[in-house]
Every structure is written in C-alpha cells, then in structure tokens.
Design a binder for this molecule. Structure first.
Ligand code: K1U
Ligand code: ZN
Length: 172
C-alpha cells in the first residue's frame, strides 16, 4: 500500500466535480486501499479521491472512534445521498486539506446513501451521528465543495489566506 500526498487548499483540483466510475478495476481497488492507508496515517476519519488529485467518485471512511472497538473501513464508489432527514446536526468539522482549522457546519442529522462497494455490489445504508456528517463532507469533496464553503465569506477568506501562507512556508 502507498501513502498518497494529500492536496492542500487552495488547489484547483479540490474545486472540480469528480467523474463517475464506470468499471471497477483492480487499479481502482488498489486506489481505495491506498486511500484507506493514507486516511489512517493522516490520521483522519474520511478521505475523498480528489484530495489526492484523483478526480473520480471514490471516498473512504471509518468513523469508529471508541477505544478498542473494531475498525470499519468503508470504500464507496459513486456514493449518492438518496434521502436526508429534516432534523439537523451541528459538528465542529475539520478537513485533511485544511489542517488544524475547525468550524461548525450544520447538516442533515441522518442520510441514506447508495454506493458500489469493493465487491462491485450495490449497498444502501442509513447513517447518523459522525458517520452521517463525514459521508456528507466526503461526498461534498466529489462535488468540489469544502466545509469552509458553508461559512460566511469573510471567515472563508481568512482561512484561505492562512492556508496560502502555510503553503508558501511549506514550499520554502
Ligand atoms: O475529508 C477529510 O478531509 C477528512 C476529514 C473528515 C471529517 C472530519 C470531521 C467532520 C467531517 C469530516 C477528517 O478526517 S479531519 C481529521 C479528524 O476529524 C480526525 C482525526 C483523527 C481522529 C478523529 C478525527
Ligand atoms: Zn475534507
């Protein structure tokens, strides 16, 4: 497994709409494995393919947080939200492409998702809690949307300026 480089905001590739996956190839299975390894290493609870510069509709997540609980790595090809609750939930979100910055985002508390799994079969599941927040955050990445896009323009601008400075320093 290869740990991939995670793109940092601002990057034009993080603003693009990712392409649907047509055939589940061995290459895509390797990509999913690499993304899970990259996510665990970061560490994070989710990762979307555009974050490693691959503009295809693939996300991975594992939101099991309880100490000693079994991990639950999930890879979703072409994930789609098929239903959202009216009830909302607020979570202090982070993003591996915007490190060390957290902000409250309001989203539906429960979402039903359809996706193609590593086995090539269709899966359907309803998520709540952190899983619901994370899967929505990751699907947003596939549509070129970042969690800071939910914030007021001034706050978003401040974060973007901070990230531009960080990227300049890292490039030195
Ligand atoms: O997509 C990403 O950038 C990953 C992101 C997912 C996410 C976090 C919080 C709310 C919604 C979506 C992260 O994983 S940021 C890191 C993080 O939250 C975390 C890291 C280690 C342990 C627990 C959480
Ligand atoms: Zn993110």
């Amino acid at each position: 497994m290869t740990i991939r480089n995670i793109l940092l905001h601002p990057d034009p590739r993080l603003k693009k709409i990712a392409t649907p996956i047509v055939d589940l190839s061995d290459e895509l299975r390797v990509l999913a494995d690499d993304m899970l390894a990259t996510m665990y290493e970061a560490p994070g609870i989710g990762l979307a393919a555009p974050q490693i510069g691959v503009l295809e509709r693939l996300i991975v997540l594992d939101c099991v947080k309880e100490e000693g609980a079994d991990p639950r790595p999930v890879a979703m090809f072409n994930p789609e939200i098929t239903a959202s609750s009216d009830e909302l939930s607020v979570y202090d979100e982070g993003c591996l492409s915007i490190p060390e910055i957290y902000a409250e985002v309001t989203r539906p508390a429960e979402v039903s998702v359809r996706w193609m799994g590593l086995d090539g079969a269709e899966h359907n599941e309803t998520f709540d809690g952190l899983w619901a927040t994370c899967v929505q955050h990751e699907i947003d990445h596939l549509n070129g949307k970042l969690f800071i896009d939910y914030l007021k323009p001034l706050k978003r601008q401040m974060i973007t300026r901070k990230m531009q400075k960080l990227k300049r320093e890292l490039a030195r």
